[in-house]
Write a protein that binds this ligand. Structure first.
Ligand SMILES: *Cc1c(COP(=O)(O)O)cnc(C)c1O
Length: 228
């Protein structure tokens, strides 16, 4: 029963966060299902979840085998170049485009499959050693470099904020992302849209929404603590 209660609490919090800043648009909720078994994911789907996120290719493939096309899949973790081919035609959005070599492989495999691949550029705003992603000051030149890849569609930006309760630090990270987004929009690049700002997890999604996020990735808040 607790998944139901958790989801209604999250939906309520999303609504309140949007209201606090006078936003009239929506926030997409991605249920992060890493380590979560299929029965519990099924329950979440029956309660309205339409999009799930996984950070490892192998686990994502297992979920795809079990759940098929009843949900949309998001790859939210680092993607090794040699694993691209396993998931390229299965995912709605790759949140972790962070290097030219990965863009090259995505382009190659997308071409082979005759598809367009949708990706977000991952930004490591706080420049944490343990996290992947481009530095803020690298993003513009990265976009200019990968613009030539015809089968990649950049759909926005993604970040993982530092794990902290310090609201000022979190707001600063999310604001930086929002202004980077505006900067990119103003440059009017071809094949680049800023439809999605994927930011906000269990600990910080309300602040992220107040600062402009329209796609949050929540695991613990829906399914409870993970047992690794
Ligand atoms: C695990 C994970 C999440 C969800 O984290 P919670 O704190 O459980 O909500 C979101 N984004 C990424 C990239 C993750 O790896």
């Amino acid at each position: 029963m607790y998944i139901k209660e958790n989801l209604s609490e999250i939906n309520e919090n999303i609504y309140k966060s949007l209201q606090r800043v006078g936003r009239k648009d929506n926030v997409e909720l991605i249920a992060v299902t890493k380590t979560v078994d299929i029965d519990r994911i099924e329950e979440a789907i029956s309660l309205g979840i339409t999009d799930i996120g996984e950070n490892r290719v192998q686990e994502l493939e297992k979920k795809i085998d079990a759940l098929g096309n009843r949900v949309n899949y998001h790859l939210i973790g680092s993607l090794q170049t040699n694993k691209v081919r396993f998931i390229i035609d299965e995912v709605k959005l790759i949140h972790s485009l962070d290097r030219v070599s990965l863009a090259k492989e995505l382009e190659k495999r997308a071409k082979m499959n005759n598809i367009l691949v949708n990706a977000l550029i991952q930004v490591n705003v706080a420049e944490e050693e343990t996290k992947s992603g481009l530095r803020v000051d690298e993003v513009i030149s990265f976009i200019e470099e990968i613009q030539k890849y015809e089968n990649i569609r950049i759909k926005g930006l993604m970040t993982i904020a530092p794990f902290t309760d310090d609201e000022a630090i979190l707001r600063n990270v999310f604001r930086t992302m929002n202004s980077l987004k505006e900067n990119i929009i103003s440059r009017d690049y071809e094949n680049v849209s800023m439809d999605y700002l994927s930011m906000g997890m269990t600990n910080d999604y309300e602040i992220a929404i107040e600062e402009g996020s329209n796609m949050i990735r929540v695991g613990t808040g829906i399914f409870g603590k993970r047992n690794y």
